[in-house]
Design a protein around this ligand. Sequence first.
Ligand code: GLP
Length: 262
Amino acid sequence: MEVIISPDTETASGAAARVVARLVREKPNAVLGLATGSTPLKLYRKLIQLHNEEELDFSEVTTFNLDEYVGLEKEHPQSYHAFMWEHLFSQINIKPENVHIPDGMAKDIPVFCAAYERAIAEAGGIDLQVLGIGSDGHIGFNEPTSSFASRTRIKTLTQQTVQDNARFFDGDESQVPHHCITMGIGTIMDAKRCIMLAFGEEKAEAIAATVEGPVASMVPASILQHHPNAKVFIDNPAAAGLKLSDYYRWVYDGKPDWQRDA
Ligand code: GLP
């Protein structure tokens, strides 16, 4: 795992955006796996900026989102559909038919999940998966003890995640759905590359456990230690628990630009 520690979220998001942009320039029909939450917002803003100012072209790009709440209509302001259209898709030239987000209103969830997996495979697999991390180490909505072999399926959120995400629902926990559809950890691990972003001291413990702890289903993100091409973009507060932070900085500072964006 490559750890890139930046002085602030702006710099970290810019570095992550350059990796995504380089892929899209090299492979215009790239398949991107995308995440929601507050963490990737600046990354999406940078991608919009690159689209507006440097003609970064998304017309042939396909996307698959990690997850969605069960029971929320696409139009619900807190649905991940609404989030993605508001913060990214409506501001770039992506074709709506190339956008895939789990359907939280699917009548037959297992059938929907199997079709989602098939659609990813038919698109040629995910070239680059963007990830955030929950304070309990979850990726997508794969909560602690999720199987490392799991595929897209329904999951129940932990009470911690319900509490964490209540801030998007006017702070009202009772409005946060308890179920979701999420890509599995096996689905995420099949992506050719993964980039994780994590900001703030509230993520420091999860990041330390992910990067330097034992690989364990109690910290789902720790499976990324087994991924052949995973980068973790964090700010100083999120790096606070890392034992080898000086080493990660030294490695990154010693790289030529072309290798940083690769
Ligand atoms: C949700 C999402 C995750 C995201 C996490 C962290 O649980 N399902 O994909 O990584 O929130 O959110 P934030 O970036 O707002 O801290």
